[in-house]
Each structure stands twice: as structure tokens, then as C-alpha cells.
Design a protein around this ligand. Structure first.
Ligand code: SF4
Length: 308
């Protein structure tokens, strides 16, 4: 079946000629939204433990995490020979430039690592760090992944993100000016947002000079402030049934710029972390199959309604 959207796997094949596997590295960063610089307690939905693979623990050296990560992935993808160190947990540019150089260099010195994916907040980057990453990108793959989450300041404030959408726009523009590849992460279903609000985000995202995008449906993680908020005010949350989400995402894809690569369109937090499983236990591969099927049934594709 012909793909009706730009998948991230194709991004790597088209830009680098082959499939690339990310190996998650926990380099022991924290985040200004947790350590008191901006706020204490973090974003109301956040529990980083829910996204940690077993091999990535900050008490292990970066080299050990990479070795164990490669071993883990070789069991699943025997043919993959190309890896990126994915600095994922917390805010991975939240340190001095000297410290960042030392940490990234450890990963880049591993013989199987071709580059870096760096997850961070839009307010944890500056021109000095971007200039350095631009230099690194001349020799290695470098991709910055910004957590933006919503295009609405009202929502960002409500979820205690500690930054505005304008700050995200500035960071993305500064990154694009240096020619560094970048992606961004957004969540659908944050409190106070209607289906129409979420669909309207497509136009705002199209205007950002991003290469790729990652979307998740909101999952309520146990022990987070959002779990309590959801229990108290469930009516403030637009929740999708699985079928509704697939249809919503098809509507969203139709509006999305056709040149954007889609890295992910729904999330899969391990069931032990979430407070309920409205879609049951469903794997990403099944979600992707459903999306393909719905696109086919509706005979539509990414960007069909895109207005440049
Ligand atoms: S910025 Fe990231 S790590 Fe920090 S509190 Fe928010 S979601 Fe958690």
C-alpha cells in the first residue's frame, strides 16, 4: 500500500540513505521546570520514568547505555547498523556549553554512533549552543527535538510548561537559520482545548520551519498533578475514543504541510504508568495499520487541504 503521509523512516532514508535506530541515553540532566529555576513540580502531565527504556539509566556511563541499547535493538532489528544517541529524558541542553560538549562527545566517540538527537525545551537553547551544534552537524547527524506541546499560551500556562509559544517559535527559527535538522512534539487532548482548537494547530505548525513532528494523544500518567485535575474536572478534557482519534488525525493530516515528516502520531506509555487505558492495550504497529486503513478508506493524504 502506498504511504499517504511522510513517514520519519523515509526522512532518514532520503537524507542519510538508510534506516537509523535511536538509542536512548540518560545523561543525568534535569529541567528548569523541576529544579526551581522556572518552577518546581514540572509540567502537570510529566513523569519521565514512563518513557525510559530499561537500558538507559543515568548511573551507567554513556558508553555502557549505548552498548546495552544496541544489544537491545539488535534483538528486534538485526539489520540496523546505524545508530543515533538520543538524549531524551528531561532537558538535554540544560547545562553549560562545556558540560554539553563533554557529554555529547562521549556519545559521538562511540564507533557505532553517527550522530545525536537532542530533546529539549525551547527555553533551554541559546545562540552559543546552536552555533556549537551547527559545527557538530558538519561532521555528524544532529537533530534537535523541541517539546512544544501546544500552540496556545492559555494551555501552556494551565499545564505549567513555563514557556510561551512565542519562545518556541523563536527557538525553532534560530535553529532553522543554522540549518540544523529539528523536530517538535505536541500533545492532543490537553485540558481546555477543543477538537477545533487542536485542528487549528495545523496551520501554526505549518508555519514553523520544522523538518518533523511527533504527536501523542494525552495519556494521564499515575501520580501526576494532571491525574488529580482529570479526576476533579473530567469535562475539561476532550477525550477521543480510538476510532475518533484516528479520524481526527486523518483530518489533521489533511491540513498539514506535505513536506513535514511524521515521526509518531500516537503514544504508547507502558500500561503500568497510566491511570486508565481507554483504548485497551494496543501497540503502535496496530495504530499505524489503522491509520493507513482509514486514509485509504477516505482516499485522502497528508496536505490534501494544505494552504501554503
Ligand atoms: S519540561 Fe519536560 S522534563 Fe521538564 S517537567 Fe516538563 S515534560 Fe517534564
Amino acid at each position: 500500500m502506498e504511504k499517504r503521509y511522510n513517514s520519519y523512516v523515509d526522512f532518514f532514508k532520503e537524507h542519510y540513505g538508510h534506516r537509523i535506530q535511536k538509542i536512548v541515553v540518560d545523561a543525568g540532566f534535569t529541567c528548569p521546570n523541576r529544579d526551581g529555576s522556572i518552577a518546581i513540580g514540572g509540567c502537570t502531565y510529566c513523569n519521565n520514568d514512563a518513557f525510559h527504556p530499561s537500558y538507559s539509566i543515568s548511573s551507567k556511563s554513556i558508553e555502557q547505555q549505548i552498548n546495552e541499547g544496541i544489544e537491545f535493538h539488535l534483538k528486534r532489528y538485526r539489520t540496523t547498523e546505524n545508530y543515533l544517541a538520543y538524549f531524551q529524558p528531561y532537558s538535554n541542553t540544560y547545562a553549560s556549553l562545556e558540560k554539553l560538549k563533554a557529554l555529547y562527545s562521549q556519545a559521538l566517540s562511540h564507533p557505532k554512533i553517527s550522530g545525536l538527537v537532542i530533546g529539549t525545551r525551547p527555553d533551554c537553547i541559546d545562540s552559543e549552543k546552536l552555533d556549537y551544534l551547527k559545527e557538530v552537524s558538519k561532521e555528524h547527524i544532529v537533530i534537535i527535538e523541541y517539546g512544544i506541546e501546544s500552540c496556545y499560551d492559555k494551555t501552556l500556562e494551565r499545564i505549567n510548561r513555563g514557556h510561551t509559544f512565542e519562545q518556541a517559535v523563536n527557538a525553532v527559527n534560530e535553529t532553522a537559520q543554522r540549518g540544523i535538522h529539528q523536530g517538535a512534539h505536541f500533545i492532543f487532548g490537553l485540558p481546555g482545548e477543543s477538537r477545533a482548537d487542536m485542528l487549528s494547530m495545523a496551520g501554526k505548525i505549518n508555519n514553523l520551519p520544522l523538518n518533523s513532528v511527533k504527536f501523542h494523544q494525552l495519556q494521564i500518567i499515575k501520580g501526576t498533578p494532571m491525574e488529580l485535575e482529570y479526576a476533579l474536572n473530567p469535562g475539561d478534557f476532550f477525550t477521543f475514543s480510538l476510532e475518533e482519534y484516528i479520524d481526527f488525525f486523518v483530518d489533521f493530516l489533511e491540513l498539514l504541510r506535505p513536506t513535514l515528516y511524521i515521526e509518531r502520531f500516537a503514544g504508547e506509555v507502558p500500561p503500568r504508568f497510566v491511570n486508565n487505558l481507554p483504548w485497551g492495550k494496543i501497540r503502535n504497529v496496530e495504530l499505524l495499520r489503522m491509520l493507513d486503513k482509514r486514509l485509504e478508506e477516505r482516499n485522502t493524504y497528508q496536505g490534501r487541504l494544505f494552504i501554503p
